[in-house]
Write a protein that binds this ligand. Sequence first.
Ligand SMILES: Cc1cc2nc3c(=O)[nH]c(=O)nc-3n(C[C@H](O)[C@H](O)[C@H](O)COP(=O)(O)O)c2cc1C
Length: 201
Amino acid sequence: MELSAAIANRRSIRKFKPDQVSDDDIKAILAAARLAPSGSNLQPSRYVVIKSPEAKARLAEYTLPFVTKAPVIIVCCTDSQVWSTALARWTELQAAGAFSDNPLDVEKILEYKQRNPLDPETAKAYAWLNAAIAIDHMTLTAFDLGLGSCWIGILDRQKIKTMLELDDRYDVVALLPVGYPDQQPAARPRLAMSELLLKEL
Ligand SMILES: Cc1cc2nc3c(=O)[nH]c(=O)nc-3n(C[C@H](O)[C@H](O)[C@H](O)COP(=O)(O)O)c2cc1C
């Protein structure tokens, strides 16, 4: 499918057929998330895949009812410990030649980063920003595979984290129910382009 068609025709799906999603499709969706860009290639996103009726029944207590009716739910998380490997990720980027045509004063950048570490709130927002890009890759890939999904921000993150026995280093960002759509929604309203475009200089 053309990317432009996927962007234009993807919808948030809130009603799923009971048909199972293949493991290959789940793998393809996660593979798309893996390829998403991230700041300084930090790659903070982590996932839990929920398929079992038992886990879904427990998850149902902490989110919207339709979510756990999907055959698969991807719990989208971030790992706060990626900051400890930030230098390694940066060095890999450099070794891969990411900056070879635009030489950077790496020493200066690293020195600046060390002198100005992000405060915890900004670091968390930065990790979530990266997670969001990966989630969007997943919604578009699901659509490309004939599947539906819906980004879920209404959830009890702390209770889900406890339920999944996730270490404190992980943050639950969003849920992504995935399944075959049992509805064909029309395009949802969007602001006019004239409202988005503040200036052209
Ligand atoms: C950050 C974010 C959080 C969202 N949270 C929810 C949610 O908790 N429940 C829900 O039904 N839809 C949720 N949505 C889906 C939006 O309602 C939906 O994307 C929007 O209405 C546009 O519809 P469309 O995705 O079909 O184009 C969320 C979307 C985003 C990006």
